[in-house]
Design a protein around this ligand. Structure first.
Ligand code: FAD
Length: 265
């Protein structure tokens, strides 16, 4: 693949271009390997689309696309649908006004130092962190949507999506194991945010120094002290996290006010 020109960015920001690119890749590349959707797959996809339609913090065109897709999926009497019908809608073949999702990958905060590093998996983590924070900020957004998945709906949708569609199957198995072990303990929207942070750090830990590690973005406990010094404490000479401060940091970092439209179309 052609290496795109480097885009300067600020590591303390979250970029809408990465979120839009995540949806583009998910809908037009990852899902394309499933020629028909039925049963569990169809249910998982419906829940994902409906949740994103309600919680996506991005541009009005993308939100309208996700709403259109969600309304269509929920109104269909069919038990199975061809992926091509989804793609036609994503590409807006019906020319509904105000609906659009760019068909390019524009990685910014998720750029890799060479092709094949970072990109989509980075953006998928970012998307779900953003959704956990949005869900906490807008607690009633999922009411009456049919997405009824207990006290951690964002994590349940993520878990099912990863298990069913995520291209990296080893990743899916690891994530499913962690979810099976501890997702039941999540009882609040705040815990939902922290669970995803903790689980992501476990993955970072496991992958530090591995082949998928980008030398420009080495895996390490996140947030670093430079991003959030009050997140870190020392007790009896041992590093501990200050969970209240971590929660506040995550709410700010992944919150609307920290989303940058730079480089997005
Ligand atoms: P990523 O880990 O993708 O993180 C993206 C960004 O999120 C970072 O740049 C940082 O800004 C922020 N961030 C980092 N840590 C945290 C945190 N704890 N909380 C909140 N924000 C944070 N790869 C494998 O090789 N094996 C696996 O088993 C595996 N499992 C995965 C499971 C899932 C659900 C996903 C989405 C991906 C998985 N991957 C796995 C891919 C891997 O985790 C990385 O996404 C990939 O290596 C790219 O890494 P990255 O440097 O872009 O940072």
């Amino acid at each position: 693949a052609l290496q795109e020109p480097w885009r300067d960015f600020d590591r303390s920001k979250v970029y809408l271009a990465d979120l839009d690119s995540a949806l583009h890749y998910l809908l037009r590349v990852e899902m394309a390997t499933h020629t028909t959707l039925e049963g569990e797959e169809l249910q998982v996809f419906k829940d994902f689309v409906t949740m994103v339609a309600k919680l996506y913090p991005g541009g009005a065109w993308v939100v309208k696309l996700m709403e259109t897709l969600s309304d269509w999926l929920l109104s269909l009497p069919l038990q199975r649908i061809p992926y091509q019908a989804v793609l036609d809608l994503v590409d807006n073949k019906m020319r509904i006004s105000g609906v659009y999702l760019g068909a390019e990958l524009h990685w910014v905060g998720c750029q890799g130092s060479r092709a094949g590093l970072r990109g989509y998996p980075c953006s998928l983590w970012t998307l779900f962190h953003v959704l956990t924070v949005r869900h906490e900020a807008t607690p009633t957004a999922l009411d009456n949507t049919g997405v009824q998945l207990g006290s951690a709906p964002v994590l349940q949708v993520m878990r099912r999506y990863i298990r069913t569609f995520f291209g990296c199957e080893v990743c899916g198995r690891h994530f499913e194991q962690t979810a099976a072990d501890s997702l039941d303990s999540v009882q609040s929207r705040e815990e939902q945010i922290l669970w995803l942070w903790r689980t992501h750090n476990r993955v970072n830990n496991r992958l530090a120094g591995s082949l998928s590690d980008d030398p420009l973005f080495p895996k390490s406990p996140w947030p670093s002290t430079s991003l959030c010094s009050s997140c870190h404490e020392e007790k009896n000479g041992v590093h501990v996290w200050n969970h209240d401060n971590v929660l506040h940091f995550l709410q700010r970092h992944y919150g609307n006010a920290n989303l940058s439209p730079r480089y997005s179309l």
